[in-house]
Ligand binder design. Structure first.
Ligand SMILES: [Zn+2]
Length: 216
């Protein structure tokens, strides 16, 4: 009860503080939905690339490329999500696997292991590869993401495609064109965690999350 009252007061305060223009609250809500940006440490990135490359690379025929899955380990602050490491789920290499009891059992064992290390880290999301398929969330990916984000608002899903890694991409900043080399991955979150999974538009219920790679 007191909590509810508190929340009501918060909302009122927000309304009195914000401009009278309709735009402001919706912009604020938008910002909230985008959520915390991500810092991904080199160790995590390296693990994902090496593991994905074992099952899909130039020496393997594209028909034989396999997807890989795993979890992201790290911590969060009020501002950001920090991915310190990644741990592979060492089975299930078919296309678009819906995570089941086996995976969640495996994830629980990883969780217990991290807890025992006492570094304050926990599982903050998952990763999988889309060898040669490009970067997006499929419907099954969205359901998997819900498994993580349903429990933790900050949870993220990373998708990696080795065929994009190192490709040149040009980014226009004002009048300048900046040449960048693609990391080969994107990070996503669900936009509306509470949206029913049978909603016709559910396929679009996700967005990109900003990230930077840290070499430290
Ligand atoms: Zn996928």
């Amino acid at each position: 009860m007191p909590e509810e009252l508190e929340r009501k007061n918060d909302t009122q305060e927000e309304h009195t503080n914000s401009n009278n223009e309709e735009k402001t609250p919706s912009e604020e809500r938008h910002k909230e939905k985008i959520g915390k940006p991500v810092v991904i440490k080199a160790d995590a990135y390296k693990t994902i690339i090496l593991y994905a490359s074992r099952y899909a690379n130039q020496a393997i025929k594209p028909e034989e490329w396999k997807e890989i899955y795993g979890v992201l380990i790290g911590s969060t602050t009020d501002e950001i999500v920090i991915v310190e490491g990644a741990e592979a789920l060492t089975f299930g290499h078919a296309t678009d696997v819906q995570l089941d009891e086996r995976h969640y059992g495996f994830i629980e064992r990883i969780e217990n292991k991290i807890y025992k290390e006492e570094k304050g880290y926990y599982i903050i999301g998952w990763f999988h590869s889309h060898p040669g398929l490009g970067l997006f969330f499929s419907y099954i990916d969205l359901i998997n993401q819900l498994g993580f984000q349903g429990k933790n608002d900050d949870a993220i899903g990373l998708v990696f495609d080795h065929t994009l890694l190192g490709k040149k991409k040009e980014e226009k900043i004002g009048d300048n064109v900046l040449t960048k080399y693609d990391t080969g991955f994107e990070i996503y979150r669900l936009t509306e965690v509470d949206m029913g999974i049978n909603t016709p538009d559910y396929d679009n219920n996700y967005h990109k999350v900003d990230y930077i790679e840290s070499i430290l």
